[in-house]
Write a protein that binds this ligand. Sequence first.
Ligand SMILES: [Zn+2]
Length: 132
Amino acid sequence: MSGYLSFKRFITPTFIMVIYFLGAVVITIGSILLMAFGAGIGGAAVGIILGFVMLILGNLAWRILCEYWVVQFRIYEEIASLNRRLGGTSPQATPPSNPPAPTTPTCPTCGGPLRYIQQYQRWYCDKEQKYA
Ligand SMILES: [Zn+2]
């Protein structure tokens, strides 16, 4: 049910499949056209060879590219579902319960950060140039 509700899970691979199919059709038609009309490049044989190479390598490269694309989305989905299982990364999911304790105390008069002077063992305000 959660798979059905998460839109990307089903839409994206379908979208890639459609793109892959269209690309494969374009490559195949292009290859056939090259085989049919590629004779002008350097003779009928060259056109057929180029068309054939394009048909095989073009479809292969396109297939690999689309598979790589799908794999990228699978990895993304894995990370996304992992994040959901770990409690989510959305900002409202984990409100800061206790802010980190300030490492340096602030000046009682101006509120600026204080600097500890080891020599005098006192806190010094850089803003006002006086000891707190
Ligand atoms: Zn101050």
